[in-house]
Design a protein. Structure first.
Length: 308
């Protein structure tokens, strides 16, 4: 696996530190592990570097960047994280052909290779611009990954499918499976979160809190609406429910996330379990020059001269 080229970090506008009351400075540690960047074309509305800078400014312990079926934004995120002295979890969001999804963070170099192979095979078996990955494929590459299964919006209808997915992944990777818990802010969140928690208990899988960030700050919601309209081929006035229903899909402070998940403190704490588990860094990659196929008894240079 070739090492990606070094990209210098891009200079972004620095966010202001949040105004947190002094008596609330000591908040439980939190890291946002479900970040989508603009490398998920026409869905994310912030650069990877902006996500990294904002997460550090808000007081996160690390950040996980996982674009949909791609590692394309990871190099820029890595360059910025390295410049900031901030921990980055390298990963991808795997969207399966059956509509279910899972965040996949390799814990070591070998697991990173398996994730890259999973994505490469998925893209090679699909038309250009698509990626076809079945649950079986994900299970076969689950070793060494930190896997966060994402409940779909139609969670209740897909309950049994998610139960099956959790159990298959848990069998393949018992110590590396979590079920995401997040707010949709649509009125029925508490009921939905209780159902997700019940499924986690039934499957004996821990919960982990996320905010499913599509942009780094609330002001980017307008841009996210625009790219959504481009994706759907609609005008803003006609997009309706194709747009995000609110501006909550941004990075939040650990204090705010702790408040939102006060009934599920274990889900906040689980973010640190995953951060501690994932120690792979892109700096571990080295360029591997391919072997030269040359006739017996000749050096590569001799054979090149012969061919020329």
């Amino acid at each position: 696996m070739a090492r990606p080229p070094e990209n210098p970090p891009i200079k972004f506008k620095r966010p202001k530190r949040p105004n947190i009351p002094q008596d609330k400075i000591e908040a439980p540690a939190y890291a946002e592990l479900q970040c989508t960047t603009n490398f998920t074309f026409l869905q994310g509305a912030s650069h990877p570097g902006e996500m990294v800078i904002q997460a550090k400014a808000l007081g996160h312990t690390a950040i996980g960047v996982a674009d949909r079926n791609t590692m394309a934004g990871i190099v820029r995120a890595h360059a910025q994280a390295k410049s900031e002295g901030f921990k980055l979890l390298v990963g991808a969001r795997i969207d399966l052909v059956d509509g279910l999804s899972c965040l996949c963070y390799p814990t070591d170099r070998a697991a990173y290779g398996r994730l890259c192979k999973l994505l490469s095979d998925g893209k090679r078996s699909a038309p250009k611009g698509e990626c076809h990955i079945e649950l079986y494929d994900l299970v076969s590459r689950a070793e060494g990954q930190a896997l966060i299964v994402l409940p779909p919006d139609d969670f209740e209808a897909r309950y049994n499918d998610i139960f099956t997915m959790l159990n298959q992944l848990k069998t393949a990777n018992p110590a590396g499976i979590w079920l995401a818990l997040n707010w949709l802010f649509r009125g029925d969140d508490r009921k939905r979160m209780r159902m997700v928690a019940n499924l986690a208990k039934q499957s004996d899988v821990p919960l982990v809190a996320t905010n499913a960030a599509l942009y780094h700050e609330p002001e980017r919601r307008a841009l996210q609406d625009v790219v959504s309209c481009i994706r759907e081929g609609k005008k803003l006035d006609d997009a309706g429910f194709l747009l995000q229903v609110n501006a909550e899909r941004h990075l939040k402070t650990p204090h705010e996330m702790t408040r939102l998940f006060k009934d599920y403190p274990q889900a906040i704490a689980a973010t640190q379990d995953i951060v501690a588990l994932c120690n792979f860094n892109l700096d571990e990659l080295k360029y591997n020059y391919p072997n030269e196929p040359v006739p017996k008894g000749k050096t590569p240079q001799q054979h090149l001269k012969y061919l020329v």
